[in-house]
Structure formats: C-alpha cells, structure tokens
Design a protein around this ligand. Structure first.
Ligand SMILES: NC(=O)c1ccc[n+]([C@@H]2O[C@H](COP(=O)([O-])OP(=O)(O)OC[C@H]3O[C@@H](n4cnc5c(N)ncnc54)[C@H](OP(=O)(O)O)[C@@H]3O)[C@@H](O)[C@H]2O)c1
Length: 287
C-alpha cells in the first residue's frame, strides 16, 4: 500500500488526464485535476463523487497557472508529490498548409504550458521531494512526415524532461516522460477536425501535392487500433512509485517498434517509413 500522495494533473477534462485523475482518486490519493471549463469541473467532480478536486487551469494563461498553483499550494500546505504534465493538442498536416496561429497554439499548449506549470510547481515539488511526469509521445522520439509540428513539440518535451532530470536531481525531484503510441481518446477527433480545416483552406493543387500524407493520416486516425488507456496508467503508476523510475516509458507495441527503428542508419529508417506510409495510402482512397 502506497502512502496518500498529492497529484496535480493538467488537461484532465477528457482522455488520458481524466482516466489518470479517476484512477488515482479511486486509490485514495489527493487529486487536483486541471480543467479549463466550469462544466468539465462539475462533470469530473460528479463522476468521482467528490474525491477529485477540479482546478481551473489553462496552461497557456500565466494568470490561470498562477491562480491554479496558488490554490494547490494552499490545499497541500505547499507540498506536491506528483505533477503530471498531460495537457496537449495534436493535428497532422504538411507544414506548408499549417497557418502560424495553429503552429503557435500547438507549441503554446504542449511546450510553453509544460514549462510554465512545471516552473510554478517547483517550490512545492522540492519541498515534497516529488516527481514530474511529462506525457510526451512516441512522436517525441520518432519523426514522421506530416506531423512536423507535433513531432517538434514532443521532441521539445523529451528534451526538457532530460535536461530537467539532471537539473533537479540534486534537489531530490525525479523527472521522467511517458511516451505512448496511439491511444483511443478524443484527441483523434479533435486532430481530424483541425487537419480537415487546414486542408479546406488550400487550393486543390496544393492538396494534390500532399495527398499521400493526407490520406495516410485519415486512415491512421480511423483504422489504426489504439493501445488501451490502462497501459498508460500502469506506466504512470510505475513512474510515481518506483524507487528508481525509468527516464522514459514507451507505451504500446507499435510505439516500441517505432522506437527501435531509430537504431537504424537514418537513410534506411527514413526510406522504410516512407515506403510503409505510401503502401497504406492507396487503401485509404477506397474508404
Ligand atoms: N491519445 C493518443 O494517441 C496520444 C498518444 C501520445 C501522446 N498523447 C498525449 O497525451 C496527452 C493527453 O492527450 P489525450 O489523448 O488524452 O487527448 P484529449 O482527450 O484531447 O485530452 C487533452 C487534454 O488537454 C487539455 N488541454 C488542451 N489545451 C489546453 C490548455 N490550453 N490548457 C489546459 N488544458 C488544455 C484538454 O482540455 P479541453 O477539453 O479544455 O480542451 C484535454 O483535457 C497529450 O499531451 C497528448 O499529446 C496522446
């Protein structure tokens, strides 16, 4: 039996964050669940029968980060055992077709949000000798075309995780990442919606130029089987409780397979990836 921990999870309205919040609340931990809307706060509190404390938190708004972390500080007497940086957005789309504001929003949530929530929580984490668990992605290790912005944001998360791990080790704060492959959550519908919007805004000529990539991701979002959410929960649980947590947890068979491709010489790896992607594109056109 583990001792009762205080845990702050960002982006807990749906998907992985919500599942983690409900799971840890059920285990008796003190869970602060970051959500952006009152409606989501009420829904989560009702679902957890009062065992979750929803906190209004938009990771891209400095005032929101300040208020949320001040609330957590007051409720935990300044000691936070675990911060789970989970809030994130995703979309696929060729860089040439992605407007500045979509690139900025993605980097703002996935990277700047992780920086600012982590920075604000550090005094509490230091006091508790706590842990930071960053929900990254296999895209943080494995670059695929058509996902340039998301890949860049998750490589940044992997990079900041590695640097912070060393920076905070002398203070007894442990830092790791959890890098899942595909998990079935609402992120895929949201991503498809954003990607469709990007495509609609361009000429048929440009769409034709990138149609292989576009079809690949449509098919991937719809047909690729996701790994169960429970596998992410198990990885986070290990990262929370282990005396020596791993630096990185790669979650799901597909993700582990992709990570292994990184051992190949770069031109082999890239031609394999391109070949695999082009093989699946004609099938997508029949859908
Ligand atoms: N699902 C996958 O296949 C997969 C794979 C690898 C990595 N991941 C990563 O896992 C994390 C969770 O994703 P998910 O699949 O659970 O997706 P999700 O269901 O869409 O959840 C994303 C969460 O992030 C929140 N969020 C978005 N913008 C925010 C902001 N500015 N401030 C605070 N919260 C914000 C969303 O809140 P709202 O409801 O308010 O928008 C939502 O609660 C993400 O970092 C994602 O990149 C997911």
């Amino acid at each position: 039996m583990h001792h009762r921990m205080s845990i702050l999870i960002t982006g807990a309205s749906t998907g992985i964050g919500q599942a983690l919040a409900l799971h840890f609340a059920q285990q008796g931990h003190e869970v602060f669940a970051g959500v952006r809307r009152h409606l989501d706060a009420d829904a989560l509190a009702a679902q957890a029968q009062g065992f979750i404390k929803p906190i209004l938190l938009d990771v891209t708004q400095p005032a929101s980060v300040e208020n949320a972390t001040a609330a957590v500080q007051a409720l935990t007497h300044g000691r936070l055992d675990v911060l789970i940086n989970n809030a994130g957005v995703a979309f696929s789309g060729p860089l040439e077709m992605t407007p500045h504001q979509d690139l900025a929003r993605l980097m703002d949530v996935n990277v700047m949000g992780t920086f600012s929530v982590t920075r604000a929580c550090l005094p509490m984490l230091r006091l508790a000798h706590g842990r930071i668990i960053n929900i990254s992605s296999i895209s943080g290790l494995f670059a695929a075309p058509g996902l340039t912005a998301y890949v860049a944001s998750k490589h940044a998360v992997e990079g900041l995780t590695a640097a912070l791990r060393m920076e905070l080790a002398p203070m007894g704060v442990k830092v790791c990442s959890v890098a899942p492959g595909k998990i079935d959550t609402p992120i895929w519908d949201k991503a498809s919606h954003t990607s469709d919007k990007l495509l609609d805004e361009h000429t048929p000529e440009l769409r034709a130029l990138y149609q292989g990539l576009i079809h690949f991701y449509k098919r991937y979002a719809l047909h690729e089987t996701g790994t169960p959410l429970e596998t992410v929960i198990s990885a986070v649980e290990h990262a929370m409780h282990s005396v020596s947590p791993r630096a990185r947890y790669i979650v799901g068979r597909q993700a582990r397979w992709r990570a292994r491709l990184n051992w190949l010489p770069v031109h082999w790896r890239e031609s394999l990836v391109l070949r695999a992607m082009s093989r699946s594109a004609p099938k997508a056109r029949q859908n």
